[in-house]
Design a protein. Structure first.
Length: 138
């Protein structure tokens, strides 16, 4: 699976490491307005193509899935742009700013017939798992 990262901020490195830990997955493209962040991504994925424009990445034909970790106020627009191109999306939390934006994202994914997922990674954090088990205990 060819994966693109849309923004390479604080969580970008973690996504990059995770991508490299799955056989058959490859970071093929990364987009960030800061060229230093693109360069940082390419230290783990030297073959990844760098972009400074989200639409250029989405139109590149280099990705089968995009992970969106842009600022939360852009999640809706970025996800819709990818989904309308038929590109499956994993979007960081919060998914969007409003239930209406979420509904529009889900509708776009349904129309395109592709997956839309939210990265709720903390639900697998051992401390969170333990706290949940403690709270759910009889």
């Amino acid at each position: 699976m060819r994966i693109g990262l849309l923004a390479y901020g604080a969580i970008g490195h973690e996504h990059n490491v995770a991508i490299h830990s799955v056989p058959g997955w490859e970071l093929t493209a990364v987009c960030d307005v800061n060229p230093e962040r693109v360069a940082a991504a390419r230290t783990l994925a030297p073959g990844a193509v760098g972009f400074d424009d989200a639409n250029a990445l989405l139109d590149s034909g280099l990705i089968d899935l995009v992970v969106i970790s842009t600022p939360p106020n852009t999640h809706h627009d970025c996800a819709r742009a990818a989904l309308e191109r038929g590109i499956p999306v994993v979007v960081e939390k919060p998914m969007a700013r409003s239930l209406g934006e979420v509904d529009r994202m889900i509708a776009a994914a349904d129309r395109a017939g592709v997956a839309l997922a939210v990265g709720h990674t903390e639900r697998f954090n051992p401390a969170v798992v333990a706290a949940r088990a403690h709270l759910q205990a009889p």
